[in-house]
Each structure stands twice: as C-alpha cells, then as structure tokens.
Design a protein around this ligand. Structure first.
Ligand code: SF4
Length: 494
C-alpha cells in the first residue's frame, strides 16, 4: 500500500490523497495479453521507430560524454526536483500568487474532468470556436481534444508530429516524437488523403504543406492551448521549449492562451532552469538547447492568460514515497530511447499516455494497479533507463517496487491463474524429486506442443511471434554432473 505522507495542497479546491481512480475511454491499461500488439500497423512501424530512437540515444550519449560535469548537472537536477516535490504545497501557492500578480488567472483541477470543464468554460466565455494546441502530454492524459470537440470547440494539434497522428486518427508513440513510426511515404499518403495535397516524397514540400494548413488555423483560432515544461514558483514564470515555432504562435496569435500545468512541473526558482534546460534538450535529441525557449511572464497587453494547475493522479504518486521520484521526470524521452522493450513494441502497447519505462512507473500509479498492474513487468530491469535519466529517476527500483505492489494489491497479476502457476512453480522447486517430476511434465508438454499445428489461448498468442523452446536433452545437467564430467571440469578449473 502507498505510504501516507502529509501532503496538503492549499488550493481553492481540495486535493485529496484518496481520490477515486479517474475514468476515461483511453484508460484501458496495458493490453499485452489482449492480442493488441499490432498497434504499430504501419509496415515499417517497429523497424523505423527502433532506428530513430536508437539514433537519438546515440546522439544524446555522445553529447553527454562530451560534458565533463554531466553527472554533476544530473545530481543538481535531481536535488532541484526532490526539493520541489518535498515543498510542493508551498511552491504551488507561491507560484499561484506570483503568476496571478502578473495578470494571469489561475484555476485548479483535481482531475482531468475538472480540467476539461475549465478549458471548455474559458472557450465559451471568449467565444472560441477553435483552439490551436502545442504538444502537451497532460492534454493527452486529459483526452482534451475529444472532450472539447464533443462540445463544439475544434482542437487542432500544431506540433508537426502531433498534427500527423491527429490526421491519421492515431495516438503518439513517443513523448517527444509522436509520429516516429510514420515514414515519409506514410506522411505523403496522409496529406494526399486528408488534406487533398498532391502526393510527393519531397520533405521540404511536405513541410510547406503542413505549414500552410497550420498558419491558416493559427489565424482563425480563438484560443491557444499549451502544456508547460517548467513553472518557476519565485517569479510565476511559465517556461516552454520547442523546435518548430508552433508554440510561439499558439501563445501569441490567438487572443486567449490556456496553459495546462501538471503540478509536478513546479520548480522553486527561475534560476533552476538553466541546468534543467541544458539536460532536457541534450537528453531528448542530443541538441545543446531547443530552438526556442519561451519564458512567459503574464499575458501580453489586451490578451488573456489562464493557468490550469492539474493534479489528476499526481498526489497519488507523491503519496507513495518509494515511487515519488517518478514525478521528477522532465519528459525528455531518454528512457524510451534506450529501452529494449520499447524499441521492440513501440508506444501504443503501453495502453495509456506515457510509454516506455517512465510509463510503466507512472501509469499504474495514476490510473491504478487494477488496470495497469502488468506494466511494471514490461521491463527487462536492465537499468539502461535509470543510467540515462537526466534527473536520476531510479526507474529500475521503482519498477521492482511496483511489481511488489502488483502482487500484494488487487491487480491482474494476482489473478487465480497466475497464483496457481506460481504455487506450482514453488512446489516443483522445493525438492529434487518434485523438480524431476516437473521437468518430466515439461518435456512431455513441449514434445506434444511442438507437434501441434496451432496453439490455443495464451499459448497461441505467445507463439505467434516466437518459437517454442527445444525439448530439453534426455540427459539433464544433473545426470551429466553425476557422471563425473562436472567434477572433472571443476577440478580442471581449479
Ligand atoms: S524518466 Fe528520466 S529519462 Fe525517462 S522521460 Fe523522464 S526524465 Fe527522461
């Protein structure tokens, strides 16, 4: 069970540690067992994704290796985020006071539904029929587009990758590169089908098409919606980073700007940003710095700025002390790029908004172990993720902690079939003759299963992409050892 900690968010709304688990059509946990691994439907999907993330990981590693004080930066960033989470209640209030003093309106949302209601109310108040959006994982978590579109407000993604997956009716596969799975030919086909543009494989022509369509939308939109990379409590500053310029337009062209801020984005001081920004860009893509860094200090004259501070499960993570460091995450995507599981399966299989190792840690805590208790097991525990994490989130330890919770609290891992299988395993391993008997069964089972033309149920799903193991030798290791070879080998080695 989570360790209760005295978390008090002194906000105009009560933020409770015992919130009901959120519900949404998106929240279907990890469908590893549901035969939905065909998520990356593009023919080259998994291959191109693996190539791209591998290249990003290599670039990031090279840039990090060239900086002698890289580890000191990581340590400093870890301490900044640890301090921020320990003081979160006070920092949130301080941020609210400072950003309000600069002319912004602050709203608090306990969950995604409340945050969506706020956005819709703002759109109605200002008569906005359409909104242009910067990339925001929090808005994905809120399923914002679907909610406001159902109420008649058109939501258009303006980050190129998000624009592509929105056109394709898909979901992002990566926190930084939402459309990494799409090839140039996929994009050309998409533009021809959805935008009625001529089919071309020229990258510049494709970019120009996207730019032309998006520019018109910026000029038409009544509202811009963005996420927030960091929110500095001491100055009330909102920091946003990007490479494409779309966030600059979304925050400055429409008359109203709505900023969605997950409460973990708070940092104590504006002076904390340089180290975090240095780490973020390098860990994302190997860039020294993102092309644009926006520091927003209140609304421009004649414009409105709304800041929505969203909990939606974050205080639940904060309350679980061993897993709290997951909130340090600055969404660089580095742990996804190095993860052997993510590289193989892509982002959709993780079943919710945050994929990869950080998703396997955040999702079960945010939407509950009952729905996503399998995710902590979607890891080899190789530790590559923790090694690259710029804020030193101890991802491998957190995965182990959540595995422990998954087997001690209600979750899919505690199903009767799993418990039966583990009891049988424990029984077989508790004595030599039981082990021999069990191995006899295994040999018999494998011999029969390898001859069958098809395999039913879970076995069939498992063997769809894998070979069944060979039947173990008739002379197992123990017999070989008894015959003295092991002894001879042992003596020789000595
Ligand atoms: S957990 Fe670390 S490596 Fe993974 S996305 Fe977050 S900051 Fe990046």
């Amino acid at each position: 069970m989570p360790v209760p900690v005295p978390v008090r968010l002194h906000s105009p709304v009560k933020v409770s540690l015992d919130m009901p688990e959120p519900s949404s059509e998106l929240l279907h946990g990890a469908p590893f067992d549901a035969g939905e691994l065909s998520g990356l439907a593009e023919p080259r999907g998994p291959e191109s994704l693996a190539e791209v993330v591998e290249r990003s990981a290599r670039d990031s590693a090279a840039v990090a290796a060239a900086i002698p004080h890289w580890q000191a930066w990581r340590e400093a960033a870890h301490r900044i985020k640890a301090h921020a989470m320990a003081q979160l209640d006070k920092l949130l209030v301080r941020f609210e006071q400072n950003v309000t003093a600069r002319g912004a309106t602050v709203l608090w949302a306990e969950d995604a539904a409340e945050a969506n209601r706020h956005v819709l109310a703002i759109a109605r108040e200002h008569g906005a029929a359409s909104a242009v959006k910067g990339k925001s994982m929090l808005s994905e978590q809120m399923d914002l587009n679907r909610h406001i579109e159902a109420a008649g407000v058109r939501a258009l993604e303006t980050d190129l990758g998000e624009f592509l997956v929105q056109l394709a009716g898909q979901r992002p596969v990566h926190v930084i590169g939402p459309s990494l799975h799409l090839s140039r030919a996929d994009v050309a086909r998409l533009f021809a089908e959805k935008l009625r543009e001529p089919y071309t494989l020229e990258a510049e022509a494709l970019t120009a098409m996207a730019r032309r369509h998006l520019r018109e939308e910026f000029l038409r939109a009544g509202m811009g919606i963005t996420g927030c990379n960091f929110a500095a409590a001491d100055t009330g500053t909102i920091c946003l980073v990007e490479n494409e310029g779309n966030i600059g337009l979304a925050t400055s062209v429409p008359p109203v700007h709505v900023v969605l801020v997950g409460i973990e984005k708070i940092v104590p001081r504006l002076a904390d940003l340089p180290v975090l920004l240095n780490l973020l860009a390098r860990s994302c893509s190997g860039q020294k710095l993102s092309s644009y860094t926006h520091l927003i200090h209140g609304p421009a004259p004649g414009r409105k700025l709304y800041v929505i501070l969203v909990d939606d499960g974050r205080t639940r993570v904060l309350a679980d002390r061993p897993a709290r460091a997951a909130l340090f995450c600055i969404r660089c995507g580095g742990c996804l790029n190095v993860c052997p599981v993510y590289r193989r399966v892509g982002g959709w299989v993780y079943g919710w908004v945050y994929p990869g190792p950080i998703g396997s840690v955040l999702t079960p805590q945010m939407i509950g172990l009952k729905q996503a208790g399998l995710l902590p097991f979607a890891s080899t525990l190789c530790g590559a993720c923790a090694e690259v994490c710029p804020v030193k989130v101890d991802l491998a330890h957190q995965l182990v902690h959540l595995r422990h919770r998954a087997v001690t609290e209600p979750s899919p891992v505690r199903s009767w079939s799993d418990r039966l299988a583990w009891r049988a395993w424990a029984w077989a391993m508790s004595g030599p003759w039981r082990y021999r008997l069990a191995m006899g069964f295994v040999r018999f089972f494998l011999r029969v299963a390898r001859r069958l033309p098809w395999h039913p149920g879970a076995l069939g799903r498992w063997t769809r992409g894998r070979e069944l193991p060979e039947v173990p030798s008739r002379e197992p290791f123990r017999a070989w050892w008894r015959r003295g070879r092991g002894k001879k080998h042992d003596n020789g080695a000595a």
